[in-house]
Ligand binder design. Sequence first.
Ligand SMILES: NC(=O)c1ccc[n+]([C@@H]2O[C@H](COP(=O)([O-])OP(=O)(O)OC[C@H]3O[C@@H](n4cnc5c(N)ncnc54)[C@H](OP(=O)(O)O)[C@@H]3O)[C@@H](O)[C@H]2O)c1
Length: 399
Amino acid sequence: MGKALIIGAGGVASVVVHKCVQNPDVFEEICIASRTVEKCDALKAKLDGGRTKIQTAKLDADDTQQVIDLIRKFGPDVVINVALPYQDLSIMDACLATGVHYVDTANYEPPEIPKFEYKWQWAYRERYEKAGITAILGSGFDPGVTGVFCAYAQKHYFDEIHTIDILDANGGDHGYPFATNFNPEINIREITAKGRYYENSQWVETEPLEIKRTFDFDGIGPKNIYLLYHEELESLAVNIKGVKRIRFWMTFSDNYLNHLRVLQNVGMTSIEPIEFEGKMIQPIQFLKAVLPDPATLGPRTKGKTNIGCIIQGVKDGKPLSYYVYNICDHQECYREVGSQAISYTTGVPAMIGAMLIMKGIWRKPGVYNVEEFDPDPFMEALNKYGLPWQESFSPTLLD
Ligand SMILES: NC(=O)c1ccc[n+]([C@@H]2O[C@H](COP(=O)([O-])OP(=O)(O)OC[C@H]3O[C@@H](n4cnc5c(N)ncnc54)[C@H](OP(=O)(O)O)[C@@H]3O)[C@@H](O)[C@H]2O)c1
């Protein structure tokens, strides 16, 4: 069917590449391009020889001109951006300049401000419309599948959705005293930020990890969950009409939080540059360099993830509660694609978003979040490509 340019060669990119190669009717040719080309070459060496032709390229995606040059040379139908959120705008600019569709999994964040918002990427709407190309923002799991779950609930079960609770549980154990499951810098920036949720058309701010509950997760068991701000809250507050409250919850073990507290207290999670041996460094960048590389956690991680949405509202005048979630097993993911479940649950939906653009099913000029498309083909593809979902109409509710 066509060609995809995959930018990035980390944990998530590796899953995207595996999944594209498993789907050669759609992805006839891929180019894996990243800052460290050796990582792209290693993926090619592992997966070459099948029906999907693979090439690699060295690319600094912060440089729009380099991205434009590579797009012109390779000629993709879609760019799958699974580098870091900092590259979103330079890659979107390159897609605009070359008329190529765009998919990512995380919204833009300026490196110097730990604050993610859609405003920078939503500002491209008119230009993408005029250029006749589609950008799908946040096609990972959360954001991504969580938005599709909400759109599916809206389409099939509810007249009105009143509340959404997104629950993200990781019951995996990698055996290290402390490690992050995806890019440490992005992960720590997210957790150390203030919490925020949406209620009655307003944003309510909390101290970091101030609000805590316990929830018994199918496949994992009871876990402490903490209220965080997460980027899909912003788009769902706009796109799920009439919603009154949206919250996002994530599990953290006491051990993880103790380590994080100490690192924060000594200044290791700061993004403020400091001088070290005559060179300016960001402490969090240094921390990233000493922590285990998330891409290496796969073989060590045992247990499951469970991510889903509890949705309440009304149908035919009666109250209705609905829970839709996916359980993913770290070791099964590792056996299939050599990555743990965090990368897997992000990489599979990124491939699906790109596939739906390539097939013309999710193609409409402009810049969209996933919940703005028909959820059905995406939900079907989740079952087919390794992230089957389950439903319950009598979930335990969070107060
Ligand atoms: N929506 C979700 O559910 C979800 C969940 C998890 C992660 N994510 C997102 O997924 C993305 C990838 O995460 P990850 O865990 O795979 O991160 P990762 O392992 O750190 O990989 C990032 C990759 O991007 C490359 N890169 C960084 N800067 C670049 C640049 N300027 N030009 C070209 N390549 C560059 C890195 O190159 P080097 O190898 O040279 O460092 C690395 O290969 C992130 O944006 C993350 O926020 C989304």
